[in-house]
Design a protein around this ligand. Structure first.
Ligand code: PLP
Length: 363
């Protein structure tokens, strides 16, 4: 695989090589089926088996309790910015609470405002979204229909270490960019959603994990596609689901179980990978300036700046020549962003680390 580069793209992002090889192998004919995943009915036995196994593997990986349901939807996390309030906020007597720690959280608030009253109970805009609230900061209205937060802000590179305290209020999480990167106590959540293309699979499929009792809140008047209740009733087969995406998410879940040793092990590896890069920032005597405050540094998206735009340009160009690709920061923040999701191999991170040290030494 000599022509593969180290791909630090924020998303769609790197996938495990063994998953890609499996996809290639299955692409002409799935074993025992005789044609590919792209060509079979979503209601046939072969796909139903793929769907059931993907769900079972997610249950095993995340230790999802019995009273939760897993959905595979379309429309990305952007549609979840609307579906969450359409199902859980419409008709509520109190505003929904949102913790805003970056670009995605603030977009989620904007969409929710179309559906009802929203309160941003914490907003990090004042410090340019360089941190998340510390766990003792608790602000939730105990009557709120839910508390929404973004576990990892992909653009700013800030991440919660643990869930914000929510009391009895259902906790809703946009976990798009750190889903399956570490174990989480699912029983503390009301709803978790994640588009797959950051850490769990290809674009086109979004995973929703929802606690059963919340389904009662979906109005019977909703358009079918927008209703969580409907999707659960139909087991993600209300319409044609993103079959290819479900299949790849299933392969990624299998890779985590069989080759990585589960989410506890994945978390350790992710911490070690992130440390490689953050250590370079911290030992660079200010040459590299990390965006996030230390306690909130993302283990998925490492964001930093160099002393000048010219040096950043040069950094990106020289990195590219060494097969370290897609390191440019998001246009709204600038600088450099190294996205080091589960599938980024250790060698990719050490290659970037070595390059960063060398680049600093020569400039
Ligand atoms: C990428 C991303 C989104 C948007 O996902 P789409 O699938 O493009 O709608 C939302 N939230 C977070 C945290 C993301 O990283």
């Amino acid at each position: 695989m000599t022509d593969r580069v180290f791909n630090f793209s924020p998303g769609p992002a790197v996938l495990p090589l063994s998953v890609l090889q499996q996809v290639r192998q299955d692409m002409i004919a799935l074993p025992g089926v005789g044609c590919s995943i792209l060509e079979i009915s979503h209601r046939g036995a072969a796909f139903l088996d793929i769907l059931a196994r993907a769900k079972a593997d997610l249950v095993e990986l995340l230790r999802i309790p019995d009273n939760y349901r897993i959905l595979f939807l379309q429309g990305g996390s952007r549609l979840q910015f609307s579906m969450v309030p359409i199902n859980l906020l419409r008709g509520a007597s109190q505003p929904a609470d949102y913790i805003v720690t970056g670009s995605w959280g603030s977009k989620a608030v904007l969409e929710a405002k179309h559906e009802g009253e929203v309160r941003a109970v914490w907003d990090g805009a004042g410090s340019n979204y360089d941190r998340v609230p510390s766990s003792h900061e608790s602000f939730v209205n105990q009557e709120a229909p839910y508390l929404h937060f973004t576990s990892n802000e992909t653009i700013q590179g800030v991440q919660f270490r643990r869930e914000p305290a929510a009391g009895q209020v259902p906790l809703v999480c946009d976990a798009s960019s750190d889903f399956l990167s570490r174990p989480i106590p699912v029983e503390r959540y009301g709803l978790i959603y994640a588009c797959a293309q950051k850490n769990a699979g290809p674009s086109g499929v979004t995973i929703v994990v929802i606690r059963e009792d919340l389904l009662d809140r979906s109005s019977h008047q909703l358009p079918g596609y927008l209703s969580y209740r409907k999707h659960v009733q139909e087991d993600s087969l209300y319409n044609t689901p993103p079959t290819f995406g479900v299949y790849v998410v299933g392969l990624v879940a299998r890779w985590l179980l069989d080759e990585t040793g589960g989410l506890g092990r994945m978390d350790e590896i992710n911490q070690q990978k992130a440390k490689q890069l953050y250590d370079v920032l911290d030992n660079s005597e200010g040459f590299y300036h990390g965006h996030a405050q230390l306690a909130c540094r993302s283990r998925m998206n490492v964001t930093f700046r160099l002393p000048s735009d010219e040096l950043e340009q040069m950094f990106l160009q020289q990195a590219h020549e060494r097969k370290l690709h897609n390191l440019k920061g998001h246009r709204s923040v600038g600088g450099i962003r190294a996205s080091i999701y589960n599938a980024m191999p250790f060698e990719g991170v050490t290659a970037l680390r070595d390059f960063m040290q060398e680049f600093r030494d020569t400039h």
